[in-house]
Design a protein around this ligand. Structure first.
Ligand SMILES: Nc1nc2c(ncn2[C@@H]2O[C@H](COP(=O)(O)OP(=O)(O)OP(=O)(O)O)[C@@H](O)[C@H]2O)c(=O)[nH]1
Ligand SMILES: [Mg+2]
Length: 375
């Protein structure tokens, strides 16, 4: 090779690599600017209006846009057109400009889109991926929803221990978790975030459920090991009797259905929850079993919070297939102009944990609840 030629190709290579680095850097700065800009604009506006710093937060795949749009519409018309809170959408993959345009067209408020940092949606180095794969392929578990899914496990781990660390949530106090293909049925004529703050609530829910035991064989024993080492985190007036029928010996599978949550971000950032999640994550059960964020959140909420920090929203009217929360109390149903069928409410049914929740919290059940308990 002639000397000049090799110098040229070397120089070309250097130029090309440095162009690529520059381009990546510029993309990164633009995104960072977009992030900071949209988030801080929304936060500044809330500060100015003296509003609670709260946002809708939605983890979603771009391919779910068809079922996401009706969900956005019900929340906007039933609540947010009156109160004007911003929205945040995140995914493990970048959203396209088309997706962003469509969503922005449907939401007049501030909207931000974010990518989940890789380290929040991947295997930690202590996980044996081969073993995890073999477990997913266990044919005897094929009847358990999503047991064979790898992405579902990343999703559950993300919603358990990482969503609140997304940079787009920096500066917010409360979030409302939204999933595609869900609906709300009642006119919310008051500011739920302000209400949470004024009443010093940390966690709000609409539906309760029972977990498939096969997805969490060692979650309760891991929790008990953690609590034995860290008894200081157990709240004095906790909600343990919601999740256990025998004072903590066993888990009764009851959990808040976390596809809907209105909650305070600082609960997840607390030392108790951070240490608990870290402990569970090292145990490996998100990958070697199929731990859901619902039992993980619910166990933490029930142990680490005093029970007066937890709130059942009965006037929102919420549906995530196949369960409906519709105010069974006729006065509430009328007051909030709900368009769901009260008799289809899941709250007081046998397979819900609503009756247990009402008992543990000392709440009065609506007239006729016992008829529902038989179903
Ligand atoms: N970006 C992204 N979002 C996901 C992924 N998997 C699930 N999600 C989102 O995570 C949330 C929970 O996922 P779902 O598939 O609804 O899980 P589920 O509610 O337990 O199951 P369904 O009963 O099928 O709704 C939804 O908001 C999904 O859009 C994924 O791989 N990538
Ligand atoms: Mg869902």
């Amino acid at each position: 090779m002639i000397k000049g030629e090799s110098d040229d190709s070397y120089n070309n290579l250097i130029t090309s690599v440095s162009n690529q680095i520059n381009s990546l850097y510029n993309d990164y700065i633009t995104k960072l600017y977009e992030y900071n800009n949209s988030t801080s604009e929304a936060l500044d506006a809330m500060e100015e209006d003296n509003k609670v710093k709260a946002t809708f937060f939605c983890l979603v795949r771009e391919s779910e846009i068809d079922s996401l749009l009706p969900t956005i519409r019900t929340i906007q018309t039933r609540f947010n057109n009156k109160f004007g809170y911003p929205w945040i959408f995140v995914s493990d993959e970048e959203f396209s400009d088309n997706f962003k345009e469509i969503i922005r067209d449907k939401i007049p408020q501030n909207v931000s889109f974010g990518v989940i940092p890789k380290e929040h949606w991947s295997y930690p180095d202590w996980i044996d991926q081969k073993k995890a794969e073999e477990i997913r392929n266990d044919k005897s578990m094929s009847g358990i929803p999503y047991f064979n899914s790898e992405s579902y496990r990343h999703m559950c781990r993300y919603e358990s221990g990482f969503f609140y660390r997304h940079p787009l949530l920096n500066g917010y106090e409360y979030y409302w978790r939204v999933e595609p293909d869900t609906q709300i049925f009642c006119d919310l004529d008051y500011d739920v975030f302000q209400w949470m703050k004024d009443n010093d609530k940390k966690y709000g829910f609409t539906l309760t459920m029972r977990e498939f035991p096969a997805t969490i064989p060692s979650l309760w024993s891991s929790t008990q090991t953690f609590l034995k080492e860290n008894p200081q985190y157990i709240a004095e007036d906790n909600l343990l009797n919601f999740i256990s029928n025998d004072e903590g010996k066993t888990y009764n599978m009851c959990h808040f259905w976390t596809n809907f949550e209105i909650a305070a971000i600082d609960f997840w950032e607390s030392e108790a929850y951070s240490k608990y999640f870290e402990f569970l994550d090292h145990n490996g059960g998100f990958f070697y079993e199929r731990w859901g964020d619902a039992p993980v959140h619910s166990i933490a909420v029930s142990y680490f919070l005093n029970k007066d920090k937890i709130h059942f929203f009965q006037e929102i009217g919420y549906y995530h297939k196949p369960n409906l929360n519709c105010p069974y109390d006729i006065d509430i149903w009328k007051h909030y102009n709900c368009s769901c069928i009260r008799q289809n409410d899941f709250t007081h049914r046998k397979y819900s944990c609503g009756n247990r929740y009402f008992d543990v919290q000392g709440l009065r059940k609506p007239d006729g609840w016992d008829k529902m308990a038989a179903i």
